[in-house]
Design a protein around this ligand. Structure first.
Ligand code: G6P
Length: 366
């Protein structure tokens, strides 16, 4: 189908902006009017599942890492997450009661497909979260959970990623319902949080012009660190990946608590540190990690929400106010500033945002 940039300079900008709609369309598949709770395709029932193995590459792998927090917290299901190129040759055993979930925008990534073929035929249910329903990965799965991101052209995945997160969030909520792990009150809150995702993502988009200003300075950096805790740790990894991919600035993502075990040695006034810190039960811990960075001359960009932000942002280089959301699905909204930061930094550097050097949209050979 013909897709144009719709007045944007790059497809990536258009695709970042399309996220509230894409997520809304995706949610509509799983939250059906007149049906309470989450509707999944037939054949997927979590009451028979005792563990989940999730496999993917690149940005889709970070969607899986995020979902691990959701499945564990909400549904008390143990989850293993693996990079497809490792999984396919390690050939890990799949005990009875395992559900294997493969996540892929294209549905054609060679390593992910090979990993799926290793699992298929072992008596394990194979589910896939794909954006291309007629893809190889979809065809070879027992259950297909579509993302409705529409065609994604930019090599660096944005809307497909947040739609993957949305489907995985919905699956985790359904798993919690099937397994009876949440109180009625908490279930109602979590459902409301799921429905609130498109709105939160839409609000986060309004940070674009502030982020463009920050990115003009970030473009001067040689190295950038991203920190996050809990389900924001994978988003720190994604932030670093995106920045590397399209601006060619060296970046690393770390779990905030791991800072003292290495990366703190890198801190100096030339290394910007992006701290992703929603107001959850880990916020104070993240703030204290941030203060360790500032005490060593590091310049912090704090991305956070909530009433404590002014106090917490004392002494930081820059801060961005995120919309207030239930922390459970905050990672989906926090994907937006991470994407915008990479995008505007790349634009400031003048790189080819949609076609970064050496990268392919879909890696169909090993
Ligand atoms: C490539 C793309 C990434 C994508 C990854 C996995 O590396 O550049 O944006 O995340 O492949 O692709 P998939 O189609 O399996 O999600």
């Amino acid at each position: 189908s013909f897709v144009d940039k719709g007045g944007h300079k790059y497809f990536m900008a258009k695709e970042i902006g399309e996220q509230p709609l894409a997520i809304g369309d995706t949610l509509a598949e799983y939250l059906r009017e007149g049906t309470p709770g989450v509707t999944l395709p037939e054949g997927l029932d979590f009451s028979a599942v005792s563990r989940i193995t999730m496999v993917a590459c690149g940005t889709a792998y970070y969607a899986c890492l995020t979902a691990k927090y959701w499945f564990e917290q909400l549904a008390r299901l143990p989850v293993e997450v693996d990079i497809a190129s490792e999984f396919r040759y390690r050939e890990p055993p799949m005990p009875e009661g395992s559900l294997a979930v493969f996540v892929s925008q294209s549905g054609e990534t060679a390593d992910t497909l090979a990993a799926l073929r290793h699992v298929a035929g072992q008596g394990v249910k194979v589910a896939s979260v794909v954006n291309v329903p007629e893809s190889s990965i979809a065809r070879e799965s027992d259950v297909v959970l579509p993302t409705r991101a529409g065609v994604e052209i930019g090599v660096a995945s944005t809307k497909a990623f947040t739609c993957q997160l949305t489907v995985l969030a919905a699956m985790a909520v359904r798993a919690a319902a099937d397994r009876g792990t949440l109180t009625e009150d908490r279930m109602a809150q979590v459902m409301a949080a799921l429905r609130a995702v498109p709105g939160a993502v839409n609000q986060a988009l309004s940070l674009a012009s502030d982020i463009a200003g920050i990115a003009a300075e970030l473009a001067e950096a040689q190295d950038v660190l991203f920190l996050g805790r809990g389900a924001l740790f994978p988003m720190a990894l994604e932030g670093a990946l995106k920045l590397k991919e399209i601006s060619y600035i060296h970046a690393e993502g770390y779990a905030s608590g791991e800072l003292k075990h290495g990366p703190i040695a890198l801190i100096d006034p030339n290394v910007p540190v992006v701290v992703l810190a929603p107001m959850d039960r880990l916020f104070d811990k993240t703030v204290s990690n941030m203060q360790e960075v500032m005490a060593r001359g590091g310049k912090v960009l704090l991305v956070s929400d909530g009433p404590g932000l002014e106090r917490a942002s004392d002494g930081v280089w820059k801060w961005l106010r995120m919309p207030q959301v239930d922390p459970v699905f905050a990672p989906i909204a926090y994907a937006v500033p991470v994407q915008l930061l990479a995008y505007h930094t790349a634009v400031a550097k003048g790189t080819d945002v949609d076609q970064p050097r050496n990268l392919a949209k879909s890696v169909t050979v090993e």
